[in-house]
Design a binder for this molecule. Structure first.
Ligand code: ARG
Length: 261
């Protein structure tokens, strides 16, 4: 009798293992299958960007924020599962093109330049460039950047903006992979300033009274979901996102994260 139980248990263990193996396939291109047999999509993001995508280390090691909630809602509407993969912002387009990820939600601005390589959804948020520096640095206009070292995130539109600015203002542009690195370099005095988007910069000011900033102008494009060029997903993603814009779901998500909940 005992023996029979053992073999029955063994069958269960094997079966469980087999099912688990089916459920954890995480290849991109929608080829992975999630727990309920739903297609699993891989989302690429650079989790250094509160309140859009970040890790609240005091609470958990989970990536959270506006973009994660948008991804949750969109994929749920369309019957997919999704998994978030954290990578440097500068590598996201490449990851999309090589099929490492199925879509990108990373506060990525839909610029004409990027449109040559990827598809974008509707715009869901617009931002401004902000010049961030240490309080008392006397940097209050773009002209004040003359002779200064200015940090930007690698591959961002802020990097392009800074490079364009060097035609008018003689300044040195340096890049880093992650936003907190830019903040650190300012605090350490290695950068005089950094160009960061207003919403994200404001979040850092709340935590760090040493910093201040001023907005300069609207950033190019606006945030959109990026998908591989000519992807079949673009149309359905767009529909789902548009629905969220129309029925107030998107506003709700944004309000939730902006009120610092
Ligand atoms: N909106 C800017 C861009 O598209 C910066 C986005 C940075 N995103 C991030 N998760 N770090 O270039």
């Amino acid at each position: 009798m005992k023996k029979k139980w053992f073999s029955l248990a063994a069958v269960f263990v094997l079966l469980a293992g087999f099912l688990a193996a089916c459920g954890t396939s995480d290849s991109a291109n929608g080829s992975g299958e999630g727990e309920e047999g739903k297609k699993k999509l891989i989302m690429g993001t650079s989790a250094d960007y509160p309140p859009f995508e970040y890790i609240d280390t005091a609470k958990s090691d989970e990536i959270i924020g506006v973009d994660i909630d948008i991804a949750k809602a969109v994929t749920e509407k369309l019957g997919y599962e999704f998994e978030v993969r954290d990578m440097d912002f500068g590598g996201l387009i490449q990851a999309l093109q090589s099929g490492q990820v199925d879509f990108v939600l990373s506060a990525m601005s839909a610029t004409e330049d990027r449109k040559k390589n990827v598809d974008f959804s509707e715009i869901y948020y617009t931002s401004k460039h902000m010049i961030v520096s240490k309080k008392g640095s006397d940097i209050t206009s773009l002209e004040d950047l003359e002779g200064k070292t200015v940090g930007v995130q690698l591959g961002s539109i802020q990097e392009t903006k800074a490079k364009d600015l060097t035609e008018e203002v003689d300044m040195k542009v340096e890049n880093r992979n992650r936003i907190p690195e830019l903040i650190q370099e300012i605090k350490a005095g290695r950068f005089d300033a950094a160009i960061i988007e207003d919403t994200v910069a404001q979040g850092f000011f709340e935590k760090d009274k040493e910093l201040e900033g001023f907005t300069v102008e609207d950033a190019d494009g606006g945030y959109a979901i990026a998908l591989p060029k000519d992807s079949e997903l673009t149309e359905e993603f767009n529909k789902a996102l548009q629905e969220m814009i129309d029925n107030g779901e998107l506003d709700e998500i944004i309000t939730k994260w902006f009120s610092g909940e």
